[in-house]
Write a protein that binds this ligand. Structure first.
Ligand code: FE2
Length: 669
């Protein structure tokens, strides 16, 4: 007779528990237990509860390989699904083995769990385990299939609707309600005020401040007060929500003929543009990627989207100042170079058109494409290639929580006709074309922050908090990933032998990067170092980079003049012709403005079940080594958080988007 003690954990979210009967069968190398009904006095499987049970067997089962779970309905009409978090088994020899589950169990299913140490395919030496591994992958390949969204775009999961997403991958009940009610309450307020469908144009900026009664933050108020100031304008290209465009300018582009005398008054006295370029103090944002994109027609007018160029100067006070703007790529008399010394409304409009271009790039390229739409094929490849016992499944799966659903919802609501991202200047074809162009030029090194910063010549720019915090985060993530990868892959030959790992990176190369060799994305791994670099890049982009481009949407983009996603009137072709009236005619209507603001609020509000970077409430690893590495990762993140908070306390405009307490493990919104 042998006794196995089981601790059965039911998930703590709403409706995780069940009144149904739960059966367990323990399967070992020497045989299997009876199918045992786990039944203590009272209700056994209540949400959040851990129940202790004993399974007795006539013979010792040998090495424990699998735990089989089954559920039978007590009330035959209803399948009262059960969310099992984990099972901890103590063997007769007092070995304690973790069997992570984290899935729903329904009637008629036989859920077989593997437990213990993380294992790669070539380490499995028992036919039952090899067979289980194969069956699990076949099942996952059937469940997680590839789909497409647009030409030249990363492939997506095939789910068309949230209802098609496996239950484990869907929003929790609390997230579903908070998301739905947040949207509805926001719309109710706008309806009460009669602004949501208004086609009127704004008459003054004060009225814009009253769109919402309560939905302002100190930063959104700061933006509404300071958006016209040149130094705050420049600041945003480093520390706003799109720090991705700007680069050092060592030579003016041939199509941007800024002359010395034009900008001399804005440089340090006695200096010149040439000298400042040589000193590394001149920067450029170039929106040439927007050339020729199709835009909507509104009231018979084609909406403008200007592929402009904006030149900046880092002045001796370490303030980044815009000093010249050209709104389209081809220089001509009808495309003047605007300067800070021009009439106020000319300069303001020129800056607004640049921010319009910047906002479109931010939303569609740096936010949607490079974080949301890359995370999705990373997640599909992970689920298709790795069984749950694989160490990289255990490492990566928390970084894909809710990503399928937010992307499905995003495509269905935000990007569908009438949705807020559908009401930008771009037509749906223009939007797909922009993302397709950008994706075909996306490189592996551009997704790796240290190389990205170097390539843009931004290593020594002062007061660049996105870079400072981002690089620290990159290094912390890299140390953590390196520790885990080194632990499970002691040599390069372990990498080469891991067929599942090779399948994973090959799926990513072909499905996420469409087999584009010039991207530099590997199609196979040969060394441990290559694996570490890729996984660091992945985790950084789905957590930190997403936070950097997502969290400030309300604060920076919802003061619409600061970052309009739509402009209604063509840009000025001559100086001295624009007035405040022109600016209000150019800005989105009242209805369009409040639509953008409402979605910004819903997307950036805090959700109660968010999980910060580095917290892993679901236990996937059973060995002490990775558990200790997770603790060290958390300690480093916590220290960085304190450092950032101390730094921010001394700043007029704090930068908190890369504070680890604000970053989520995955793209959930
Ligand atoms: Fe997002």
């Amino acid at each position: 007779m042998a006794e196995y003690k089981l601790e059965m954990s039911t998930g703590d979210q709403a409706f995780s528990g069940t009144f149904d009967c739960i059966y367990v069968t323990l399967i070992g190398t020497e045989g299997e237990s009876e199918r045992t009904n786990l039944d203590n006095f009272g209700i056994d499987f209540i949400a959040g509860k851990v129940g202790s049970y004993t399974v007795k067997t006539s013979l010792h089962l040998g090495q424990l390989l699998l735990v089989k779970l089954e559920k039978d309905a007590n009330f035959k009409i209803l399948d009262d699904a059960w969310f099992c978090s984990k099972i901890v088994v103590t063997t007769p020899e007092d070995d304690v083995i973790l069997f992570p589950c984290y899935r729903w169990v329904s009637d008629g299913e036989q859920v077989e769990l593997r437990g213990g140490k993380a294992m790669k395919a070539f380490e499995d030496d028992h036919p039952l385990l090899t067979d289980h591994r194969k069956r699990e992958l076949i099942c996952h390949k059937d469940l997680y299939q590839w789909g497409t969204y647009g030409e030249r775009l990363p492939h997506i999961a095939s789910f068309k609707d949230s209802s098609e997403i496996p239950d484990e991958d869907r929003f929790s009940v609390s997230k579903t309600y908070e998301f739905a009610f947040g949207k509805e309450f926001t719309l109710v307020e706008l309806k009460l005020k009669g602004t949501n469908n208004s086609t009127k144009q704004w008459e003054d900026f004060e009225a814009m401040k009253n769109v919402f009664w309560f939905k302002n933050t100190p930063m959104s108020e700061y933006v509404s007060e300071h958006w016209m100031e040149d130094d705050f304008y420049g600041f945003q290209f480093l520390n706003g929500i799109n720090p991705n465009m700007i680069q050092r300018c060592l030579e003016l582009p041939h199509n941007f003929p800024v002359r010395e005398e034009m900008v001399k008054p804005f440089l340090d006295s006695g200096s010149s543009l040439q000298r400042e370029m040589e000193k590394g103090n001149i920067f450029l944002s170039d929106y040439k990627g927007l050339c020729g994109l199709s835009t909507k027609v509104e009231n018979g007018e084609v909406l403008p989207l200007t592929p402009g160029l904006c030149l900046f100067y880092m002045n001796p006070e370490n303030k980044l100042m815009p000093i010249a703007i050209q709104l389209t790529q081809q220089p001509s008399e009808q495309n003047p170079i605007f300067l800070p010394s021009d009439p106020e409304c000319d300069w303001l409009l020129a800056k607004m058109f640049v921010k319009h271009a910047d906002g479109i790039y931010h939303q569609f390229v740096y936010h949607l494409l490079n974080t949301h739409f890359l995370a999705e094929p990373f997640a599909v490849a992970t689920l298709r290639s790795f069984p749950v016992i694989h160490p990289l499944y255990k490492l990566l799966i928390p970084h894909f929580r809710y990503t399928f659903q937010i992307n499905v919802v995003g495509r269905k609501i935000l990007l569908s006709p009438g949705g807020p991202l559908h009401t930008t200047s771009l037509t749906p074809e223009g939007l797909v074309e922009l993302m397709g162009r950008a994706h075909s030029e996306t490189t592996y090194s551009s997704l790796c922050l240290p190389e990205n910063i170097r390539a843009r010549g931004l290593e020594s720019v002062p007061n660049f908090y996105y870079r400072d915090d981002g690089l620290k985060l990159w290094n912390i993530i890299n140390s953590f990933v390196k520790a885990i990868v080194d632990h499970y892959y002691p040599s390069d030959s372990d990498v080469c032998r891991d067929s599942e790992l090779q399948d994973w990176i090959n799926e990513i190369f072909t499905q996420a990067f469409l087999g584009n060799k010039s991207s530099g994305i590997p199609a196979a791994f040969h060394t441990v170092e290559e694996v570490t670099r890729f996984i660091t890049m992945l985790i950084f982009n789905v957590s930190c980079q997403h936070a950097a481009v997502h969290l400030g949407q309300f604060e920076y983009e919802c003061w619409i003049p600061n970052s309009p996603l739509l402009m209604r009137k063509a840009p000025p072709t001559m100086k001295g012709q624009s007035s405040m009236k022109t600016i209000f005619e150019t800005l989105p209507t009242v209805g369009q403005t409040v639509g953008f603001m409402a979605s910004g609020w819903v997307l950036t509000k805090k959700y109660t079940d968010s999980i910060p970077l580095g917290l892993y409430p679901d236990e996937h690893f059973d060995e002490p080594a990775p558990k200790q590495m997770i603790k060290e990762f958390q300690a480093e993140l916590s220290f960085l958080s304190e450092t950032i908070a101390a730094r921010n306390a001394g700043l007029v405009v704090p930068y908190n988007y890369l504070n680890p307490t604000e970053i989520e493990n995955s793209i959930t919104i």
